[in-house]
Design a binder for this molecule. Structure first.
Ligand code: NAP
Ligand code: G4F
Length: 345
């Protein structure tokens, strides 16, 4: 019998890489997707097999993280060995516009899923997608012992998710872990996160499809890693003898400005000629610097990051170039409104 894993947020960047990894390791993966009027499975379509051709390795179920009764019925039906809780309203800037919704999905979503596990009486291991954003104003380097100081509704919601996960571990003996992941990116990153926004813009400018890109705070420092490596760390956390919490990071500090420099250099351009400032992208409170100390993950999980700053920028720009040349990337400008009045952060 193959192991069964349940992934919430399977249609997201991390969910898609994690599904690939688990299927490669012989798991049957069950993914929760939201019903939408348009297709939202593009990141996992390549993993889908027609169920008429045999037992599928990826099974998708409709579900909403705000719907506790649905989560309980899914748990009871699937009875997974491992649950990876990745679903979230994951955009920090958007969380300032939608603080209550973000708290509901990103914060309370975690306790709904934990209660569903208890309610369905399933014996499984649980991974919570915690975030370096929880450290917020705490100065780097940040490790598992650094106190949290959240600087956004998103970060406050993730801090709740972190503590409720620990509480279920301590109260009920659930094998529940927090992966405190620092920023990780890839060609599958949502196009409104800054690295992907920059990579898309650099390529489109190079190809003459747009002239400039508008950004906010260029001084912010992040520790950017490569998403496929980070899902390996998630899996390792659930294979240990005892549940624990881990920081996952590269340890390399890079500013937004420097990332833009690398991305534009990759296509032979000078970022200073194309990047414009737009105050709309400045946040009410900013997280100035996140740089992780992943010593514990290295020592206990045997995990270290291999891809760092410039190489990551190259991977993302190269992917954008080949996708655009292959006609796979949408043509609209990433920094302009999708529909009138809605800012694409
Ligand atoms: P992402 O690309 O934004 O994916 C988020 C996923 O959650 C998507 O599948 C989305 O579905 C789903 N989702 C959102 N709201 C939902 C709801 N109400 N019910 C059910 N599903 C819902 O995020 P990611 O970058 O893969 O990150 C995965 C997780 O790790 C998130 O919890 C994020 O907060 C956390 N995290 C990410 C990073 C990072 O740097 N990437 C770092 C630390 C922590 P749709 O496709 O339908 O929108
Ligand atoms: O790419 P970002 O939107 O990522 P942010 O806010 O660091 O959050 C991401 O990483 C977290 C882990 O630390 C995750 F938990 C979270 O889910 C998400 O994946 O912004 C990075 C930095 C910020 O300082 C922002 O102010 O880039 C700055 N920035 C400057 N101009 C911009 C822009 N960010 C965006 N999204 N768009 C801009 O135009």
């Amino acid at each position: 019998m193959s192991k069964r894993a349940l992934i919430t947020g399977v249609t997201g960047q991390d969910g898609s890489y994690l599904a690939e990894l688990l299927i490669d390791r012989g798991y049957q993966v069950h993914g929760v997707i939201r019903r939408a009027s348009t297709f939202n499975t593009s990141r996992v379509d390549h993993l889908y097999r027609d169920p008429h051709d045999g037992d599928p390795s990826l099974v998708l179920h409709h579900g909403e993280i705000t719907d506790g009764s649905r989560l309980t019925s899914l748990l009871a039906q699937i009875r997974p060995d491992e649950v990876y809780h990745l679903a979230a309203q994951s955009h920090v800037r958007v969380s300032f516009d939608e603080p209550v919704y973000t708290s509901d999905v990103t914060g309370l979503g975690t306790v709904r899923l934990l209660e569903a596990i208890r309610g369905a009486g399933v014996d499984c291991r649980f991974y919570q997608a915690s975030s370096s954003e929880m450290f917020g104003a705490a100065p780097p380097p940040q490790s598992e012992t650094t106190p949290f100081h959240p600087r956004s509704p998103y970060a406050a919601a993730k801090a709740y998710g972190y503590w409720i996960t620990r509480n279920y571990r301590e109260s009920y003996g659930l094998y529940a872990v927090n992966g405190i992941l620092f920023n990780h990116e890839s060609p599958r990153r949502g196009s409104t996160f800054v690295t992907r926004k920059i990579a898309i813009a650099a390529v489109r400018i190079k190809l003459g499809l747009q002239d400039s890109v508008h950004l906010g705070n260029l001084d912010a420092v992040r520790d950017w890693g490569y998403a496929p490596e980070y899902v390996e760390a998630m899996w390792r956390m659930l294979q240990q003898d005892e549940p624990d919490d881990y920081v996952v990071a590269t340890g390399t500090a890079l500013s937004v400005r420097r990332f833009a420099e690398y991305a534009f250099e990759r296509v032979g351009l000078d970022w200073r000629e194309h990047v414009r400032f737009d105050p709309r992208y400045v946040r009410p409170t900013e997280v100035d610097a996140l740089v992780g100390d992943a010593t514990k993950a290295r020592e206990k999980l045997g995990w270290t990051a291999r891809v760092h700053g410039r190489e990551l920028a190259n991977i993302m720009v190269d992917a954008e170039l080949s996708a655009l040349r292959g006609g796979l990337v949408e043509q609209r400008r990433p920094s302009e409104p999708v529909t009138a009045g809605v800012t694409e952060w």
